[in-house]
Design a protein around this ligand. Structure first.
Ligand SMILES: CC(=O)N[C@@H](CCC[C@H](N)C(=O)O)C(=O)O
Length: 383
């Protein structure tokens, strides 16, 4: 018997209560492993990844076993204080599944459980991946050599929830689905001093303010407007009190675009502006630009054409074609190594965006999500 809607809801609510940050997903790991172990079959093998201890890989040997189909879910949460008021809200202060990875894990477990009841035709590898929000867990596991031998998927599929779409709807597109991103971490260091004697200090706060304004020109003046891009500075800390000139200022932000060439051009402009501001204001700039595994999520032509054709023709699946989004995903790195497709799953909470402290996916999305992906993967294995 496949998992029922209420069993899927219970799993999602259990996971929702224990959100853990990137590379610290120990309780989540143990919960997932408990479920997977309960569904042991003679054709299942479970593998740990010592370099990334919260990762789990599960191999199901197929009856034909000529090819290997990969399915990936992320498992980490965000440093967000939940304000949903749900009876099963986060029990970990300051941490929340505000990006719906609890939904992603539930869907992956639902699909896995199905194929422990019905042996797949082809081999399958399920990847429970830590650190999607930060620290690029997919790349870390790949770099650790975890996808070699029987663990190497010929193709990889994955899903992300989308509160703006109706619960249970699947959406994707040919080509690029999500942007590539680069984290910006910048510290200006000057000389602090008394507010009354600015001539004897080098004000890092003024340099940071100038940087925030100048960096807006990257998108408005350097990026092709038809292709688009984003530079957001989301965090700025400088100084301690009103009558002391700030000796240092720290900024964090993100660069986003759909093409890797645009991302690299934008990285260069951000670096030039940071260096220019530092020279102008007599401070030093310590800049880190980290792309890690957040490459653009490029859906592969063959797998994606097949997925769209299958889901469009499947009367039980509500499928829609969708425009690309500036969200990032380190599944983009895995799709550079293995052909495959990422899809959105609608979770019907249009009042709230991903990363909102009130984001509350509709659990009516769980069963259709599991069933649509299970039907597609079954079809894919018969190809
Ligand atoms: C789907 C989603 O929300 N993903 C995150 C990925 C973050 C990448 C990295 N930490 C960065 O900020 O560049 C997103 O914020 O889009």
């Amino acid at each position: 018997m496949d998992l029922t809607a209420s069993e899927l809801s219970q799993i999602r609510e259990d996971l929702h209560q224990i959100p853990e940050l990137a590379l610290h997903e120990t309780r989540t790991h143990d919960y997932l492993l408990g479920k997977i172990n309960a569904w042991q079959t003679p054709y299942m093998t479970i593998k740990a990844v010592p370099a990334v201890p919260t990762a789990i890989l599960v191999h199901l040997a197929g009856t034909r076993g000529e090819r290997t189909i990969g399915y990936r879910t992320d498992i980490d949460a965000l440093p967000v204080t939940e304000k949903t008021g749900l009876p099963f809200a986060s029990t970990i202060p300051g941490q929340m599944h505000a990006c719906g990875h609890d939904v992603h894990m539930t869907i992956a477990l639902g699909i896995l459980q199905h194929f422990t009841q019905v042996q797949p035709e082809q081999n399958m590898v399920f990847f429970f991946q830590p650190a999607e929000e930060n620290d690029y867990g997919g790349k870390r596991v790949f770099d650790a050599g975890a996808f070699s031998g029987m663990w190497r998927p010929d193709e990889f599929f994955g899903l992300h929830d989308n509160p703006q779409l109706p619960a249970g709807q699947i959406a994707s597109r040919m080509g690029t689905l999500f942007a590539g991103t680069t984290e910006i971490h910048l510290t200006f260091t000057g000389v602090s001093g008394h507010a009354a004697f600015p001539q004897q200090a080098n004000d890092a706060l003024v340099a940071a303010a100038a940087f925030v304004m100048q960096v807006q020109t990257v998108v408005s003046r350097n990026v092709d407007p038809v292709r688009g891009g984003v530079v957001t500075i989301g965090d700025l800390h400088a100084g301690t009190i009103g009558n002391v000139i700030a000796g240092s200022a720290h900024l964090d932000g993100t660069i986003r675009a759909f093409r890797q060439t645009d991302i690299e051009m934008m990285q260069g402009r951000v670096r030039a502006i940071a260096e220019g501001v530092a020279a102008t204001y007599g401070v030093t700039a310590g800049l880190q630009l980290i792309q890690g595994g957040y490459m653009p999520v490029e859906n592969a032509p063959e797998q994606t054409r097949d997925l769209i054709d299958f889901m469009t023709a499947d009367p039980a699946t509500d499928f829609s074609d969708i425009a690309p989004a500036m969200t990032g995903e380190d599944f983009g790195f895995l799709l550079q190594q293995f052909p495959g497709t990422m899809v959105w799953l609608g979770v019907g909470d249009p009042q709230h965006t991903l990363h909102s402290d009130q984001m509350s996916p509709d659990e009516a999305s769980l069963l259709p999500g599991v069933q649509a992906l299970t039907r597609f993967l079954t079809h894919r294995m018969a190809e």
